[in-house]
Design a protein around this ligand. Structure first.
Ligand SMILES: Nc1ncnc2c1ncn2[C@@H]1O[C@H](COP(=O)(O)OP(=O)(O)O)[C@@H](O)[C@H]1O
Ligand SMILES: [Mg+2]
Length: 113
């Protein structure tokens, strides 16, 4: 974890209107690189199918939207309702944020974060 407000944070959107185009695959790989380098990462899975979530929880099925799992110094959240994460996770406390989301609308991402 780092001090809030430090510069250099990335918010990485893996997004597209269509399914089956590689959003989750890209999110898994980017997250894997960042995690393996020791960064603290907030991973947000906004897909009903929870594929990103299941990859990092070894197949666990989330029960309700906003379920979260701690991954060492990182955190994984399933936000299928694409609602605000206020009170659940503060992106400012993570080095980077990776979102797997099927809409590129910037205001949706602003609402979430
Ligand atoms: N760069 C790629 N080259 C070839 N196949 C890919 C690539 N990225 C993803 N795939 C495959 O495409 C399929 C859909 O990928 P997925 O990441 O689940 O898409 P999405 O999350 O957009 O629905 C999967 O079978 C995945 O293995
Ligand atoms: Mg997907």
């Amino acid at each position: 974890m780092h001090e809030p407000g430090r510069s250099g944070n990335l918010i990485i959107l893996c997004t597209h209107n269509d399914g089956g185009v590689g959003k989750t695959t890209l999110a898994v790989h980017i997250a894997g690189v960042l995690l393996s380098r020791g960064y603290s990462v907030l991973l947000v899975d906004c897909d009903d199918q929870a594929d990103l979530w299941q990859f990092f929880t070894k197949g666990k099925i989330p029960t309700q939207s906003k379920d979260s799992e701690d991954l060492e110094n990182s955190k994984l959240i399933w936000d299928k309702d694409k609602g605000s994460l206020k009170g659940k996770a503060n992106p400012a406390y993570f080095d980077h944020v990776v979102l797997d989301i099927d809409t590129p609308l910037q205001n949706t991402v602003q609402v979430i974060l």
